[in-house]
Design a protein around this ligand. Sequence first.
Ligand code: SAH
Ligand code: SF4
Length: 356
Amino acid sequence: MSRVGHGLPMLAGMSRAELEQWAQEQGEPVFRGRQLADWVFHRLELDPRQMTNLPHSLRELAATVLVAPAGRVTAVDAAEDGTEKLLVRLADGQSVEMVLIPAEARMTFCLSTQVGCPVRCRFCASGAEGLVRNLQAGEIIEELVFGARRIGRLPDNVVFMGIGEGLLNLEELLRAIESMVSPDGFGMSPRRLTVSTSGIVPGIRRLAEFGRELTLAVSLHAVNDELRARLIPDGFRYPVCEILAAVDEYRERAGRMVTLEYTLLDGVNDSPADARELARISREHHAKINLIPYNATDTAFRRPPRRVLETFFRTVEQCGGRVTMRQERGSSRTAACGQLRRRHAAGSEDVLSGGE
Ligand code: SAH
Ligand code: SF4
């Protein structure tokens, strides 16, 4: 059970069974717990005082002894293409981001799993200052609920591609995922949830054992260890061959094709030879390649020119790789993960005003 501050349990982090047990412990019939669960999972309500079919005394009790909600949305940054980024302030004053991405009548939420990130990829704003702390399952669920309340429904897809390396916060991430996919919880389809990892091999194996048909995306970014070492520091970097073996294992056990993400960096990993090798990996490991043109942050890396991006894409395709290129969405201001949080941490201007 997620607990914050002075040890109170978080409503968003409790399962239906835990809510039923909680109601009984308060001397209430078990169906009161079920009502609480319906408010959270179906009506996306985290404030017990708004749960009008509960007795007044129980609402007050729940509002006092459960933390509901622990976080709050303190800024919204809207891009011209409809993408919205929410800054969520957590109970301890830390903050994370979640992004709402509309595309072709579908809504995708991009959620954070940690405050900061211990992997510290050299091109990524999220990892710049390392890990501050893990998110609890309830905090991850609150990101989902804050976004869902904004659009009045659950999203069609969830991608764990916000701040943090989810597979280094696996227990809490799996608890949150269980709540999202359980028919007793939010009841989403596991196939519509994508876990993205920088290639944490033991985590990929655990995810394969977890037994849900989750979609897995692995951030490869480089076709050999030498090049990869320029992008990802030693601490949490696994050898490419071990990552690809874990990808094979995931595909076989979960029955799901894996996506390999490849952030294209000017003059670093964007050569025709890299594209050919990536196509070979795609063929041999039955993996889809998702090319991500780099969003400039305050690092030394640059996005390759358009013609290089196009040549790279076509080369992978012509060499028999399955490849897509990420549409550029929300790239206008603070799209690259971690940037909104960093701007606020740096005390820069408020972004509540929306797009420029
Ligand atoms: N830690 C996980 C998930 C969060 S990052 C992971 O690394 O996979 C999600 C994706 O965004 C990763 O593929 C990452 O490499 C990519 N990314 C990070 N910063 C970026 C930037 N500035 N421009 C483009 N992609 C970026
Ligand atoms: Fe962490 Fe992913 Fe950013 Fe790397 S790319 S620092 S793993 S959030």
